[in-house]
Design a protein around this ligand. Structure first.
Ligand SMILES: CC(C)(COP(=O)(O)OP(=O)(O)OC[C@H]1O[C@@H](n2cnc3c(N)ncnc32)[C@H](O)[C@@H]1OP(=O)(O)O)[C@@H](O)C(=O)NCCC(=O)NCCSC(=O)CCC(=O)O
Ligand SMILES: N[C@@H](CCO)C(=O)O
Length: 309
């Protein structure tokens, strides 16, 4: 069912061309149901591409979702037109007194940047503490997982020697967990990060439940027992060509990137890759929306649950 977004957002036409059911605000406003309110803190360099990716996954659910895009970086964006940000993004001050059913904090290309050198580090700390009292469930993706583990659990930044880039096989750890309901025992998902998430670190220093992992990537999917926090260390939202774009970007920058693992046919970057994780990504977001947001969020958002334990 539909995501409710401004009629002029590029995703409206982009996703309609994929037969994705997008409901422009003009139509959604006449429906007599309470849409879910989902806030997306978009920290990715290619913000419009990232919008399309997450909105595609959020649209694949029977729930009407009112999506609000959030920015916390006041600096001029290098990769996104200011007009787009001014037209479609709100600032934290605009929504700090509101409550939301869900919050998604995207990845960011900051795996080699110390937390204190992140230009919006104070702002993201403020958002994560705000969310304890204003959001039913927050989903952290990739770099946002490392930021949240530091801000909420005090875990220092863990950085790999080499960038983990490719499509890896993972195993589910609990056959009846809600977040992995319907998952295959083994499933593929993309990773693109310097951040390191050893499963043992999660087990030793947090009370999070670990739901999926792999030997190559470490922890992939974990969540708090109260479902208020969910973490995915990969990029299930990625399009087929996103890893290719990152590889060629870094190759052209003379950074000698390794060819992404298990991605290009015959490991040849000149051959078109295929998406082997799309069904996983759709199911993960449907499970999060259903069991971590819709089933536990209060009908009246003014009655938000108390803060996290
Ligand atoms: C940052 C990238 C990856 C992207 O190339 P670009 O030319 O687009 O870089 P850029 O425009 O300077 O930065 C991309 C976006 O990151 C933001 N950005 C850069 N440095 C920042 C900082 N200190 N604080 C806050 N934001 C920062 C920029 O504002 C920009 O967002 P706006 O467009 O809004 O201005 C590249 O410069 C690079 O460093 N590549 C080699 C190393 C690498 O692969 N890094 C990414 C590893 S993968 C990763 O980091 C994932 C997370 C993880 O590993 O934990
Ligand atoms: N991995 C992405 C950043 C978000 O994970 C990149 O290389 O730009």
């Amino acid at each position: 069912m539909p995501i409710r977004i401004p009629d002029e957002l590029p995703a409206v036409n982009f996703l309609r061309n994929e037969n994705v059911f997008v409901m422009a605000s003009s139509r959604a406003s006449v429906q007599e149901i309470r849409p879910l309110k989902v806030l997306i803190l978009n920290l990715m360099p290619k913000k419009i591409e990232t919008e399309n990716q997450f909105l595609r996954l959020l649209s694949n659910s029977p729930l009407q979702i009112d999506v609000q895009l959030l920015r916390i970086d006041s600096r001029e964006s290098r990769n996104t037109p200011s007009e787009h940000l001014n037209n479609f993004y709100c600032n934290f001050e605009d929504i700090e007194h509101d409550n939301f059913d869900g919050l998604i904090v995207t990845g960011a290309p900051l795996g080699l940047v110390d937390f204190n050198d992140v230009a919006y580090w104070p702002q993201i700390q403020r958002v994560l503490h705000w969310a304890k009292e204003h959001v039913t469930s927050t989903l952290f993706v990739c770099w946002a997982v490392q930021a949240a583990l530091n801000i909420l659990y005090g875990i220092p930044k863990q950085t790999r020697q080499n960038k983990l880039s490719g499509v890896y096989e993972h195993q589910i750890l609990h056959p009846h967990a809600l977040l992995t309901r319907g998952f295959d025992d083994n499933f593929l998902a993309p990773h693109s990060r310097y951040a390191d998430f050893p499963s043992q670190l999660i087990r030793d220093y947090t009370d999070l439940e670990l739901f999926a992992e792999s030997e190559a990537t470490g922890a992939y999917l974990m969540a708090s027992k109260d479902k208020r926090l969910a973490f995915v260390t990969g990029h299930p939202e990625y399009d087929a060509l996103t890893l290719s774009g990152e590889y060629h970007r870094d190759y052209d920058a003379g950074l000698h990137p390794e060819v992404p693992f298990n991605y290009f046919p015959q490991d040849n970057p000149e051959l078109p890759p295929r998406a082997t994780w799309r069904s996983h990504g759709n199911l993960l977001f449907s499970n999060w929306l259903n069991y971590y947001v819709y089933q536990i969020t209060p009908f009246d958002l003014r009655h938000m649950n108390p803060t996290l334990e």
